[in-house]
Write a protein that binds this ligand. Structure first.
Ligand SMILES: Cc1cc2nc3c(=O)[nH]c(=O)nc-3n(C[C@H](O)[C@H](O)[C@H](O)COP(=O)(O)OP(=O)(O)OC[C@H]3O[C@@H](n4cnc5c(N)ncnc54)[C@H](O)[C@@H]3O)c2cc1C
Length: 299
């Protein structure tokens, strides 16, 4: 029986595995290679890793985990999770079954893009969701925001830190009220209400917005707030709803780390994973010590 099964080997899962491995815990970490930033060519804002390709980051992480014989890494999908008494059993896509004392879900999230031609294609290549991750590379360039109402206004104002040439595309009638509009005007931010038909560009790079009225607006980058789908399917299988007030563990023996809960950064996910790794080790140690104390009393 294992000490911990970790589902997801992104920054959060691998960081937890490192702490647990170094605590001499037996760990199985499983990953099916669908990281949130798969479309991104370079990751920014993480000290000592600024500009590194996410694939290289993951390769290095995996290489470092290999130094610990008590950590097993598998490229596989965890299809199913069950809880029986105090143990967790998972089934992998190779049909193997594994049991552990604790389960850590570091499964990340998926960004949901608008169903408009070009968004999927250019996400990470001129279409971005995070100015802190990708704003610097397009500083002082013509930028667009896709958004409406107060959220659209807020994102446009936020982007002023990176460029003064900003437009807001509301993709339909504007819900930006007169006060917000006056504020945008004050910063020379124009509103385009026409629906967007598609995004166009080169093979690798977004270059322009095409509107339903046929007009074309060249822009260096487009920022939007994506919807987030947290990967919580395994929690559902365990019949474990998210508690109203988030806590770790979210149920006895079940932990979450990284974007699946709330982080939006690689560095944040790494920090989260490390903390949860230590927390799991402490909980297991408490259990171990209680058990040995009980058996001592029985003697
Ligand atoms: C376009 C884009 C650009 C970004 N740029 C930056 C940036 O420059 N700097 C920055 O700090 N952050 C950036 N981010 C955010 C960053 O990607 C996330 O914050 C980070 O990846 C979160 O790490 P995580 O470990 O929680 O999740 P992830 O990295 O998403 O890892 C989760 C892993 O779990 C695996 N998984 C899920 N379910 C299963 C299952 N059932 N079985 C097996 N494996 C499973 C997935 O395959 C995935 O590998 C960007 C995000 C996007 C979308």
């Amino acid at each position: 029986m294992l000490d911990v099964i970790i589902v997801g080997a992104g920054p959060a899962g691998m960081s937890a595995a490192l702490m647990l491995g170094r605590s001499r815990r037996s760990v199985l970490i499983c990953d099916n290679a669908q990281p949130r930033n798969a479309v991104s060519h370079a990751m920014h804002g993480f000290l000592t890793r600024d500009g590194m390709a996410p694939t290289e980051f993951r390769r290095l992480g995996r290489e470092q985990l290999q130094q610990y014989p008590n950590i097993e890494f598998r490229v596989t999908t965890v299809l199913d999770a069950k809880r029986e008494q105090n143990l967790f059993t998972v089934t992998l896509s190779d049909e193997s079954v594994h049991t552990a004392r604790t389960l850590l879900l570091a499964t990340g999230m998926k960004d949901v893009l608008p169903p408009i031609e070009g968004f999927q294609r250019y996400y990470g290549a001129g279409v971005f969701s995070c100015p802190y991750c990708d704003g610097w590379e397009v500083r002082d360039q013509p930028l667009a925001v896709l958004g409406n109402g107060p959220a659209g206004e807020a994102l446009a104002l936020q982007l002023l830190q990176w460029s003064r040439d900003i437009v807001v595309c509301t993709n339909g009638p504007s819900q930006i009220d007169a006060r917000e509009q006056a504020f945008l005007n004050h910063h020379e931010i124009k509103i385009y209400e026409d629906p967007i038909t598609r995004l166009e560009g080169t093979e690798q790079q977004f270059e322009r917005i095409v509107f339903a009225n046929g007009s074309v607006l060249p822009r260096k980058a487009l920022f939007l707030q994506t919807k987030h789908l947290r990967r919580l399917e395994l929690l559902d299988m365990l019949n474990c709803p998210m508690p109203e007030r988030y806590q770790e563990p979210i149920a006895p023996g079940i932990y979450l780390a990284g974007d699946v809960y709330q982080t939006r950064w690689v560095s944040g996910a790494v920090a989260d994973g490390a903390e949860i790794g230590v927390m799991i080790n402490k909980e297991l140690q408490k259990e171990d010590l209680t058990r040995s104390y009980r058996s001592l009393k029985e003697v």
